[in-house]
Design a protein around this ligand. Structure first.
Ligand code: PLP
Length: 436
């Protein structure tokens, strides 16, 4: 595109920012600008985004874990384009081949006996469906979830989530939800009663600040649920499909849930799609009324074709193994940085390419994000813990791009140190997600 055509075709920065502020979300517009991302995205390929001015950004955030295949993966976009030209949306009455093929493929890949799938459009919807199925199957109402958990912002997802700042303004939450400390199987066991339908957990808490539970926690949770005849729902919306070095994070402990929730990377970075899946035995409760749970757009042919193509690439290219290898390298480099900047970094942790850097204070994290923005690297906080920046790039990121990201981070840490020189370091204890 010539410079003149570019000028004519791309929306102007000022106009887009104004429209965003005046018609979408003024607070978010201010926050994003404050973080230093004053740019309008225009084009993207792999781990690189170009803005309307032609500047390039390295995407370390990966759409909150959605972009495991990077932006615009050619095999996924080709599948979607082919479907788009033939039949974009479903009649909703004739049988959909893409949907049937996707459900069968997922049944092959999912752990344990998970065999039936319901398709929706987002992670929160997948969680809603899972919670409804648990109540329907058990005839019980109570759900146990974890403190710090993030399961989406619909009422069911929010009721299961564990951060008061998002829950309080919408109180009351759905009845019957209880929270226990994450990673503590004794507390989990104690919380189960005769009224408990299910326990819902993330195998690694993503938005909670990339919290990896103690070894054996998922297996213990499985045993506790079996013993109490309570369903185990694993929310793999963020951890699923290779992100943590396994196709599903629960496979790290050889655990299969009764219900699994998926979304994000399932759409191959091209289409929105979510799913919850369960066993034939549990799914039977849907049989008497096949319209008990439904969605107009859920499982649409474009999204299912994207997901089928995404699964093909993830399995064929063994992106889980790639995530494990790159994640290990990245974590050890981040540990070096943590040793070099102990006044800023409290801890680095994670598994595969789901990595969190915990700073001594959320203001420090904010300054480091702004420093990354200046170096055209996109990063963000975890939603339930603003002290933590996540390192969650596309699994197809190259080693050279990873080096670029680490160099930018080192530069930003150095700059933040200089900015804070002579100032009292913020008191980490003044800020605690538990106190909200
Ligand atoms: N569950 C988990 C574990 C998530 O990380 C998220 C989003 O970050 C959700 C559910 C909600 O997904 P969505 O934003 O697609 O509704």
């Amino acid at each position: 595109m010539s410079a003149q055509e570019h000028e004519k075709e791309v929306p102007h920065l000022k106009e887009t920012l104004e429209r965003f502020s005046q018609h979408i979300n003024p607070g978010l517009a201010a926050l994003v600008r404050f973080m230093g991302f004053e740019a309008v995205e225009w084009q993207a390929q792999g781990a690189v985004i170009k803005d309307t001015a032609g500047k390039e950004y390295l995407d370390l955030l990966g759409g909150f874990g959605t972009l495991s295949l990077g932006h615009s993966h050619p095999e996924v976009t080709a599948a979607v384009k082919e479907q788009l030209d033939r039949m974009p949306l479903s009649s909703k009455i004739l049988f959909s081949k893409p949907q049937a093929d996707l459900a069968a493929r997922l049944a092959d890949l999912l752990p344990g006996d998970l065999q039936y799938c319901f398709f929706c459009n987002s992670g929160a919807e997948a969680v809603e469906g899972a919670l409804k199925l648990a109540r329907l199957h058990t005839g019980k109402a109570e759900i146990i979830a974890a403190e710090g958990a993030f399961h989406g912002k619909t009422f069911g997802g929010l009721s299961a989530s564990g951060r008061e700042i998002f829950r309080k303004p919408f109180a009351p939450m759905l009845p019957g939800f209880h929270h226990v400390p994450y990673g503590d199987s004794t507390a989990l066991k104690k919380a189960i009663t005769d009224s408990t339908a299910a326990v819902i957990l993330e195998p690694i808490q993503g938005e909670g600040g990339v919290i990896v539970p103690p070894d054996g926690y998922l297996r213990e949770a499985r045993e506790i649920c079996d013993e109490a005849k309570v369903l185990l729902i694993l929310d793999e919306v963020q951890t699923g499909l290779g992100r943590t070095g396994r196709l599903f994070a629960c496979q790290e402990e050889d655990v299969a849930p009764d219900i699994i929730c998926l979304a994000k990377a399932l759409g191959g970075g091209v289409m929105p799609i979510g799913a919850f899946a369960s066993t034939a035995e549990i799914w039977k409760v849907f049989e008497p009324n096949p319209l008990l749970h439904s969605s107009t757009f859920g499982g649409n042919p474009l999204a299912c074709r994207a997901a089928l193509a995404a699964l093909e690439v993830i399995v064929r290219d063994d992106l889980a193994a790639r995530a494990a290898k790159l994640g290990k390298q990245c974590l050890s480099r981040l540990e070096e940085l943590a040793r070099a900047f102990p006044q800023l970094i409290r801890e680095v942790r994670g598994r595969g390419l789901l990595i969190g850097i915990e700073f001594t204070h959320s203001d420090v994290a904010g300054l480091v994000i702004a420093g990354l923005a200046q170096r055209r690297v996109i990063a963000a906080y975890t939603l339930n813990n603003p002290c933590v920046i996540r390192f969650e790039p596309p699994l197809i990121i190259t080693e050279a791009q990873m080096e670029q990201a680490l160099a930018a981070l080192r530069g930003s840490l150095q700059q933040t140190t200089e900015l804070l020189e002579g100032l009292p370091l913020p008191d980490a204890k003044s800020e605690s997600i538990a106190s909200e």
